[in-house]
Write a protein that binds this ligand. Sequence first.
Ligand code: UT7
Length: 326
Amino acid sequence: MIRAVLTGTGSALPARRVSNAELAERVDTTDEWIVERTGIRFRHIAGEGETTATLARDAAVAAIAAAGVTPQDIDLIVLATATPDNTFPATATKVQAMLGINDCVAFDVAAVCSGFLYAVQVADSMIRAGAHRRALVIGAETFSRLLDWEDRTTCVLFGDGAGAIVLEARDSADDNADPAARGILATRLHADGRHNELLYVDGGPSTTGTVGKLRMKGREVFRHAVINLAAVMEEALVAAGLPIEAVDWVVPHQANARILDATARKLSLPAEKVVMTVDQHANTSAASVPLALDQAVRDGRIQPGHIVVLEAMGGGFTWGAAVVRF
Ligand code: UT7
């Protein structure tokens, strides 16, 4: 059967790295509070000339090189973001132009922090349907530009960055338990719009005519995150026909180290199997999963044949998980 096989990863971060101590000079917070409540130590903040599209392009270039293909080989770009360069056109088309790809399908997906999981399922479906052979799936954000820098309950939590993967149509074994079954084995997505008001941006083109600022009721989001993430990971593994013991790595959305720990405990997953980058990147929304994935691939933790579970949850609420064999 045809599956979408992950053949390359890449990521990019803004040049400027900001410590908790530096933030504490601007808002009423401390390094101790941020580390204890979130695990965050640093975040990267986009500077002049750095945008969601430029970060996405840099991540895409690295992923394309890792896959050993050229930009002209890409026939689909799905870009997940809640911080597009412009309301329209889709940032995916800006990245397409930057890469010099003159004709392919390119569009954005808006599912906030779970955007990358949504984008993966869309690209996987389009590849398995035979419509496309080589997709670039990107998560890219500049949340620093949506933050209320007077609000200590949110501004310390987020950062900017981008991550990308190349998915290629390949012949693969049918049976997921067979090591020859490579690529995306299963995906599961959810949304529950009743929780819109717990995490949202208070502006938009059709309401205020402004960009707006991020607003979050953190404690409530936290509670839902642990329950939903554990459930959707289990669901995706059942769909893949694999037991939790088969999992080599979990690459979670990097919102809060305490959410990662609590979710792993709920599933009896050893903490050593959870890739954690929240300390270095903070919450980069749709970029966080592909950024962490690229790090674990490049430092050699994720190896060919490994079973990797990707998961995320965010505004909407939206949440999802994907099971991949490398
Ligand atoms: O990516 C989308 C998904 N997003 C998430 O998953 C975020 C989920 N939520 C969280 O990660 C956590 O709820 C937070 C990190 C946002 C907050 O941690 P918490 O342990 O839930 O703290 P809290 O909101 O209950 O606040 C505790 C105290 C409050 O003071 P009082 O009311 O107890 O006096 C806050 O005012 O901490 C205070 N506080 C701060 N203090 C110092 C809130 N932010 C700060 C701060 N520095 N930056």
